[in-house]
Write a protein that binds this ligand. Sequence first.
Ligand SMILES: Nc1nc2c(c(=O)[nH]1)N[C@H]1C(S)=C(S)[C@@H](COP(=O)(O)O)O[C@H]1N2
Ligand SMILES: [Mo]
Length: 326
Amino acid sequence: MPIRQHRDWELKESQVTPERVYQNRRSLLKTMGVGGLMAGAVPLLAACEDNTLIVYEKDPSAPLYPVKRNTRYQLDRPETPEKLATTYNNFYEFGSHKNVWRVSQVLPLRPWEVKIDGLVEQPITIGIDELLKKMPLEERLYRFRCVEAWSMAVPWSGFALKALVDLAKPLGSAKYLQMETFHNPTVATGQKQGWYPWPYREGLTLAEATNELAFIATGLYGKPIPKQNGAPLRLAVPWKYGFKSVKSIARFTFTEKQPLTFWEKVNSAEYGFWANVNPKVSHRRWSQATERVLGKAGRVPTQIFNGYGEYVADLYKGMEGERLYS
Ligand SMILES: Nc1nc2c(c(=O)[nH]1)N[C@H]1C(S)=C(S)[C@@H](COP(=O)(O)O)O[C@H]1N2
Ligand SMILES: [Mo]
C-alpha cells in the first residue's frame, strides 16, 4: 500500500473525499497495529487519484517551526532540494532500499516516550512534546556524508545534544552515550529480518556528545522532521559517516563501556565505532576520496571530518593508533 504523507496544515479541504476517509482510516489503523494512539493523533486519511493513500496526521509539534537559524554554521554548497532529501533515504527498519519514504509513513509518532537511563543521577522517561518544550530549538545548516559516498546539505531544526546530556545529569563514571531506535516489527517490517541486530544502536563518547556540533534533529526544512528522515528525533553528527546519525531514537543510555553499534555487529570489518569522514581512508570496497552530491551531476572531493575539522579534530588528538575513519 503506497502511502504519501501531507502534514495537516498542507491539507486542502477539497482534496479529501469524506467516504474514502472514513473507509480507509480503520484499515490503516489496523495495518499500523495502533491501539495506543491518542485521539488527537489519529491520522486523517484520503486516497488520491493514483490510489496512493495519503496520511494527514496532526503533528502536535508543528506550531514550533520554523525556528531561528543559528548562523554560525554555514554551507559551502547549495541546500539539497527538500524533495530529494526526503525521498532518498536509508532506514533499514523499513527495508534496505532507498525508497523507504513511502512505507515509513505507518510509524506512529504519538505517544513517543524517550527513555534516558544508565549511569545518570535519576533515570527519566519523557514524552517527546515535553522534551521539545525543555530544549533550546534552533536551525542549523549541515553537510551530511553517507559512507556509501553520496552527500547532501540540509537545514535541520532541533537542539544541541549537550542540552539533553545536561538534562540527564550523567554520573562521573559515564564515558559513552548509547542511542537506540524504537523496536516495533509489526509496523517496521524490516525489523522482522532476524539477521540484523535490532534495535538500531549507535554511540558517541561523552566528549563527542557534548561537542557543539552534535545535534538532535527534530525538524527539517522548517517543519517537523519527516518519518523517513527519523521522526520524531534523530542524531546529526556531520563529521561522521551517515550511519552514526541514528533515527527515531527511543532511548539514551549512559555507559562506562563503549557501545557495540548496529553496523559494527553486522560487519565489523567494514564499519567501526568512530566512523569519522576521511577521504584518504577507503572503504574496503570503494574509495572515499569523492562524493556524489544529491541532485548534482559529477562528483566533488570529500573533506577530512567532512569539512568540520576546526570543531572536532581536537577530540581525536593522541588517538592516532585507533581506527578513527571507518
Ligand atoms: N534507525 C536507523 N537510523 C539510521 C539508519 C537506519 O537504517 N536506521 N540509516 C543510517 C544511514 S546509513 C544514513 S546514510 C542516514 C540517512 O539519513 P537520511 O535518510 O535522513 O538521509 O541515516 C542513518 N540512521
Ligand atoms: Mo549511510
